[in-house]
Design a protein around this ligand. Sequence first.
Ligand SMILES: CC(C)(COP(=O)([O-])OP(=O)([O-])OC[C@H]1O[C@@H](n2cnc3c(N)ncnc32)[C@H](O)[C@@H]1OP(=O)([O-])[O-])[C@@H](O)C(=O)NCCC(=O)NCCSC(=O)C[C@@](C)(O)CC(=O)[O-]
Length: 414
Amino acid sequence: MSSLEEPLGFDKLPSMSTIDRIQRFSAGACRPTVDDMGMGNCWIEGRGCSTSNSCDEDYEEYKGEAFPWRRHVRDASEGEAFNRRAKSLSKNRMKFGHVCKSRNLPDQHYSSKCTERGIRGITNKFLNGIPKFVKIVEVGPRDGLQNEKNIVPTSVKVELIRRLVSSGLPVVEATSFVSPKWVPQLADAKDVMKAVCDIEDARLPVLTPNVKGFEAAVAAGAKEVAIFASASESFSKSNINCSIEESLARYRAVCLAAKEHSVPVRGYVSCVVGCPVEGAIPPSKVAYVAKELYDMGCFEISLGDTIGVGTPGTVIPMLEAVMAVVPVEKLAMGISTVDSSVAGLGGCPYAKGASGNVATEDVVYMLNGLGVKTNVDLAKLMLAGEFISNHLGRQSGSKTAVALCRVTADASKI
Ligand SMILES: CC(C)(COP(=O)([O-])OP(=O)([O-])OC[C@H]1O[C@@H](n2cnc3c(N)ncnc32)[C@H](O)[C@@H]1OP(=O)([O-])[O-])[C@@H](O)C(=O)NCCC(=O)NCCSC(=O)C[C@@](C)(O)CC(=O)[O-]
């Protein structure tokens, strides 16, 4: 049995106060603003939101969030037809016949929700303290397509991004400005970014491994970037060809350049629970890297279980260690910011055993069922998932998409 598989004893389980802290936290809109740039650790418009009852306003505020750098011109071509089609499906509802044209399904309405009151009653009773709003960071066009055997044409990537944005996703990671020798699938980063940089309805961050990537990203029109470190030495070496310390030095340079350009930087920590080479990763290592990224100016830290081996018994001690050094509202995992990928696409090409990503459709469906707002239209999102799955010639990795396409019963009764 590898160390990753060793069951934790009850003595290793986190204290109730930790679980309570995580549950009670309902983050405010942790968004970067241009005004916050250049203020070191204060790049975020911080909002004290430490109780479970204060986030209705957060949702309202998030919906109305303004992005001052936007100059929006929507491409009227193929996207128009899609918008018309999607508009015919009301929010959080859909007609089966419209979503899966290929299958002759009855034209039934369904909703993944019971009544708002009913849900609140249930969640108050059993899931006290879950956030009322969850921000979803869609990584499909970047993480999802970086590991595809066949290179996806630029026009398909651009159309996917447009569809995801029009489903209401607030953040869609568009591409990576990395070495094309390392990730040939994203060698068209410049063209993708140039085609989507005028979209104003969502933030479109891109990955930048060094200053060279940052400069290319900004020249192509990127207004937000992400840097990606690892808590595992072996993964750092195989993913970005340098040690953790070397990567942190590179990222400090990226953050400095970003500060000069008033570009917000998001930070990733990979392998926060386990590494395919090293096995279990100590929470203290994750906390160290997360704090370094936070100190260099990242407005938010995404904690990635890169190969999908975490359990509550391993994730909570890790969160406990990270929360001791980085404010919880700056963390993007298991709290009220979730990274996911449309149709479950993706996984890091340099992480052996990376088992793909949680599908955005499944996250939205589950959150809808809990009465947690995301601002995402599940019907439009499923159309985006169907679009890319059709292009890739395989079934969606989303259980929700697969199940809802096949249901012939009155789904409102399921
Ligand atoms: C970091 C490097 C560049 C080091 O790569 P290297 O080979 O060590 O770097 P180098 O500085 O020696 O440069 C080698 C060549 O790359 C070029 N180069 C150098 N930098 C760039 C750049 N930015 N854009 C374009 N080209 C670049 C550079 O100009 C040179 O070109 P040559 O002279 O040979 O023609 C490379 O290892 C790399 O690109 N790695 C990226 C790997 C990657 O993208 N992995 C997937 C994303 S991470 C992930 O998915 C995990 C995450 C984020 O989702 C979180 C999670 O789930 O855990």
